[in-house]
Design a protein around this ligand. Structure first.
Ligand code: NAD
Length: 291
């Protein structure tokens, strides 16, 4: 199975479908990631704050797969960001992963009131110059944060990894990212299990029409929208199903019907108010069957 790739503005390519390991416990990360690699995933999304970089690295070594066949993302943790130490944090991540380089290193959150993200981006630019991060980008950055780091350094992030799923589609941000050649990566691509995936008729109908599950229809919507998606799966069945999304195609009408489900309401943490005082608080809004 060849996974489509997205070419990044910094010159490398990223597999459009990956496997996320948020909340995968450190002690079970190695077997779960080994399972994901056996299913065929080659793109893994971890973060320092997940505490499972070591398990990701161990799974890769155990798989025997060549490093160049894998795409590994990790992210700058909030405590390191607050200590203004992206440079040290990045090397610690490499050491924990047991790798000489990562494919993508992201600033996890902008923490705007701390006013350190431009300094952190400057450190990431220097890291990229050493070749130990093949691409650098950001996560949870809003348009003003992006404008500021680009103006300060002249370096455009390769990726912005943000909450994105059918009920929160980030349309204004996506338009900005497209205009600036920044790839869109969806976290929570399945809505983090916060709503039953067959609730909305456009998703349930598209799934039925193609003989797939609602989750598969949603992932197809991401892929056909040009978004990079990194679903997490807690069972082997979901892991395999989420990878099996290349044998069908949503119609223009099905895509438009899912596009129309946007409520413009986030379910996860708000990048404008998360300033690292604790884990980002989930949004207070909850979806309902009538949105
Ligand atoms: P997700 O949208 O991928 O949802 C995961 C949940 O969906 C699973 O726990 C399971 O309950 C359900 N699920 C998975 N496959 C399914 C299927 N086939 N059918 C039915 N239900 C299914 O949410 P996520 O894990 O939060 O996001 C994915 C990844 O994004 C994370 O693992 C992490 O790598 C990344 N992430 C990044 C940030 C960030 O701030 N940058 C925040 C959250 C997540």
């Amino acid at each position: 199975m060849t996974i489509p790739t997205v070419t990044l503005n910094q010159g490398t390519t990223i597999p459009q479908l990956g496997f996320g390991v948020f909340k995968v416990p450190p002690e079970t990360t190695q077997p779960i990631v080994e399972q994901a690699l056996a299913v065929g995933y080659r793109h893994l999304d971890t973060a320092t704050i997940y505490g499972n970089e070591a398990g990701v690295g161990a799974a890769i070594r155990a798989s025997g797969l060549p490093r160049e066949d894998l795409y590994i993302t990790t992210k700058l943790a909030t405590p390191d960001h607050l200590a203004a130490d992206a440079t040290g944090a990045f090397q610690r991540s490499l050491d924990t992963l047991g790798m000489a380089y990562v494919d993508l290193y992201l600033i996890h959150w902008p923490l705007p009131a701390r006013d350190l993200y431009t300094a952190m981006w400057t450190q990431l630019v220097q890291i990229a110059e050493t070749g130990r991060a093949r691409a650098i980008g950001v996560s949870n950055f809003q348009i003003p944060h992006l404008e500021r780091i680009i103006a300060a350094t002249g370096v455009v992030p390769a990726v912005d990894q943000v909450e994105l799923h059918p009920v929160f589609q980030q349309k204004p941000l996506r338009a900005y990212l497209k205009e600036h050649g920044i790839a869109v990566e969806a976290w929570g691509p399945l809505g983090q299990g916060r709503w039953p995936l067959d609730w909305y008729a456009p998703i349930a109908d598209a799934a039925a029409a193609h003989g797939v599950s609602p989750a598969q229809a949603i992932l197809r919507w991401h892929l056909q929208s040009g978004t990079i998606a990194i679903p997490k799966a807690s069972t082997p069945e979901h892991m395999a199903a989420n990878f099996d999304v290349f044998g069908f195609e949503l119609t223009t009408e099905e895509m438009a019907a899912i596009d129309a489900l946007d409520t413009d309401q986030r379910l996860g943490g708000d990048p404008d108010t998360n300033n690292g005082d604790g884990p980002p608080a989930a949004g207070t809004w909850t979806p309902s069957p009538n949105r």
